[in-house]
Design a protein around this ligand. Structure first.
Ligand SMILES: *Cc1c(COP(=O)(O)O)cnc(C)c1O
Length: 392
């Protein structure tokens, strides 16, 4: 019999949905024209890309000319942060100050560290035990030199939803640009750019059942941002290079459907998430990481005391369950996640973290199966743990 496969790692990537795949298919086969070409095949591709831009804008409450397609969330973040830094530094003839948080994805954190190495001033704000950035702390960090605030909409590890509406209002009031990495939020939370005071927003298709390697940066009209590399004039010069036509079409279709299905999906996903959290906490010596209520509908992050997250992952994988731990295994020794450490967890608890991210296709049966596998696994690992009370 085929072993049961349960995918609980939608925060890492999500399966491509059928409708997006079907919309992409013609552009991977017969409709291969370059959108920059004058002939009819090229014009067809151009129309398809522009239609996708309109769909994407509509789904977010933006205008089509505010959407710039990129190769994913990482590139969108790079353009948003380095692009505004370069432009502002040139206009003001000095390197200014930017504010970010200590729980950002590496695609923001490392970009900000790079800028710090280049002489920009960077504030990495602390968070509370739930991973929340306080608006007060943002306000206190601002200086006359601050040109950009970059705070994520929702955290990829612990699911905490940040107060981006309030931070945006503060930024607007002070005349400071506001970027948000919304890669985990788009398609998971309602986002309307007509209400949010956001100048730049990053998204990535593969996090909402679209294809990998394609994303977008929303740039509010009039926001000063410079391209990071030279090339042709694609994406109005901000992101030159021949467009990923099929990917862009897949992104737009997946986004359109995700937004349409959002209210319904949020309901069942939250119910499944809460059932999962309740069951996990019932196992004992387990703590929930992240905010108890202000969290992504599909995110569960817990720490098992006395256990290594890696051991759990391997044990689950043997039973066909795909999950994630907070730590990144570099050179053999698992480093606890920077997010959990910023939240004040001690190393031992941080290393016992397990992230289960639910999404499209998951059901109660998956959660049941997880419990069936996890309970004996946790017992076994704790028995082997030298840290567990009563052990050697
Ligand atoms: C996945 C992710 C990214 C990176 O997006 P890619 O499209 O994989 O480059 C950036 N930020 C957050 C919060 C993410 O979850």
């Amino acid at each position: 019999m085929q072993k049961r496969q349960v995918y609980l790692d939608h925060g890492a990537t999500s399966p491509l949905r059928e409708e997006a795949f079907e919309a992409m298919l013609p552009y991977l086969q017969d409709k291969y024209g370059n959108p920059s070409s004058m002939h009819s095949s090229g014009r067809d591709a151009r129309h398809a890309v522009e239609r996708a831009r309109e769909q994407t804008a509509l789904a977010l409450g933006a205008e089509p000319d505010e959407i710039f397609f990129t190769s994913g969330g990482t590139e969108a973040n790079n353009i948003a942060i380095k692009g505004t830094a370069k432009r502002t530094a040139r206009a003001r003839k000095k390197k200014g100050h930017l504010v970010t948080s200590s729980v950002e994805h590496h695609a923001v954190l490392n970009v900000c560290k790079e800028l710090a190495d280049e002489g920009f001033q960077v504030t990495f704000l602390p968070v509370d035990r739930y991973g929340l950035v306080s608006v007060e702390s943002v306000k206190r960090a601002l200086t006359p030199e601050t040109f950009l605030i970059s705070i994520m909409t929702a955290n990829n590890e612990v699911g905490t939803i940040e107060p981006v509406a309030e931070i945006g209002a503060l930024a607007r009031e002070r005349g400071i640009l506001f970027h948000t990495d919304a890669v985990q939020a788009v398609g998971q939370l309602p986002i309307d750019l007509r209400d949010l005071k956001v100048d730049l927003l990053s998204l990535s298709a593969h996090k909402f059942n679209g294809p990998k390697g394609v994303g977008a940066l929303y740039v509010r009209r009039g926001t000063p941002v410079e391209p990071l590399y030279g090339g042709g004039g694609q994406e109005r010069g901000l992101r030159p290079g021949t467009e990923n036509v099929a990917g862009i079409i897949g992104l737009a279709r997946a986004l359109e459907l995700a937004v349409e299905e959002l209210p319904e999906k949020t309901r069942w996903l939250q119910a499944l998430r809460d059932r999962l959290i309740e069951g996990l906490l019932g196992m004992g010596d387990v703590v929930l990481n992240g905010h108890p209520s202000s969290r992504l509908p599909g995110n569960v992050n817990v720490s098992f005391n006395y256990i290594e997250g890696e051991a759990l992952l391997l044990g689950l994988d043997l039973e066909g369950i795909a999950a994630s731990s907070g730590s990144a295994c570099t050179s053999g020794s698992p480093e606890p996640s920077h997010v959990l450490l910023a939240m004040g967890l001690d190393h031992q608890i941080a290393r016992g973290s397990l992230r289960l991210t639910l999404g499209r296709g998951n059901s109660d049966a998956d959660v049941d199966y997880l419990f069936t596998v996890l309970s004996p696994l946790v017992k076994r690992l704790r028995k082997m743990s030298a840290l567990y009370p009563g052990q050697g």
